[in-house]
Design a protein around this ligand. Sequence first.
Ligand SMILES: Nc1ncnc2c1ncn2[C@@H]1O[C@H](COP(=O)(O)OP(=O)(O)OP(=O)(O)O)[C@@H](O)[C@H]1O
Ligand SMILES: [Mg+2]
Length: 243
Amino acid sequence: METIIDIRHLNKSFGSHEVLKDVNFSVNKGEVVTVIGSSGSGKSTLLRCINLLEYPTGGEINYRGENILSKSNLNDYRKHLGMVFQQFNLFNNWDVLHNCTVGQTKILKKSKEEAKEVAMNYLKVVGMERYINARPAQLSGGQKQRVAIARALSMQPDAILFDEPTSALDPEMVGEVLKVMKELAESGLTMIIVTHEMEFAREISDRIVFMDKGVIVEDGSPEQVFNNPQHERTKTFLKRALK
Ligand SMILES: Nc1ncnc2c1ncn2[C@@H]1O[C@H](COP(=O)(O)OP(=O)(O)OP(=O)(O)O)[C@@H](O)[C@H]1O
Ligand SMILES: [Mg+2]
């Protein structure tokens, strides 16, 4: 199996606060890995280090076998990873279509026509092709998040990282976003997801990673981690989370 990202001994500190401690973890092509854990355990920091929104303090991030932290051109690496944020982070002054084409033309240097074709394809995947001329402010939260997913897909990345994609949504809109994510998981997209939606995580993940206080405590199949957790900390977390 092809490993896309392999993290070795990753550390991240903010000042004297060690937020990630010797994190080791890898993701294979087509795998869906869900990271769970309490607030402040370092889940977002881990995702942000993987796509270099935060620069790690130590360790290695191996991308297709090369430690990208030893390279000078990090943009080359960044464009291979997509990110979907809790707060959507769409460009509010631009319409839906432009949100999904601008990265393609500016970063991937595609022609406008080609970028539009790719964007339309993914906007159809998320069911937003009828809204190409709308501005984000005219959309519901669930629609905005589906556009954000189409924008990430339009860059045709090797993997997409999702940081609590449904946490900012009204409850009635959570389902439409999870449904799109489930379809993507089934289509073979490589995904690293942070979520508090435990049933969803159990259903779509190949692996569950439980983090506590900056450490990966448990990493296994949903069956192993949810039904047969090995560590006391995992059991305590799940008891609260699965209530
Ligand atoms: N830019 C920063 N500067 C200083 N401290 C930070 C920064 N970003 C995160 N932290 C700290 O790192 C720790 C882990 O934060 P992180 O956001 O990764 O947690 P999380 O698991 O994503 O939590 P949540 O479930 O609430 O989103 C927290 O103590 C947080 O205060
Ligand atoms: Mg977070």
